[in-house]
Design a protein around this ligand. Structure first.
Ligand SMILES: [Zn+2]
Length: 72
């Protein structure tokens, strides 16, 4: 995982979330894709998934990116 994303996720994120990402390759891949999406769009789209865990990942990720977003 990229150091920037890793630092973002480990700062103030729910421990179980971090642990899951650390242990779950599919979710790491998913988060990587989310990161790319955020960087290209400048925002995070609503999750297009019926997977509750993925939806939770998006929600956690949204909180992180919102916290880290520059207020421009
Ligand atoms: Zn997972």
């Amino acid at each position: 995982m990229g150091s920037a994303l890793e630092g973002s996720l480990t700062a103030g994120t729910r421990p179980e979330f971090v642990e899951h990402i650390d242990a779950c390759r599919p979710c790491r891949t998913y988060l990587s894709q989310l990161t790319t999406t955020v960087q290209s769009l400048g925002s995070l789209p609503r999750p297009r998934t019926n997977n509750p865990r993925r939806a939770d990942l998006v929600e956690q990720f949204r909180r992180q990116t919102r916290r880290d977003e520059p207020s421009s």
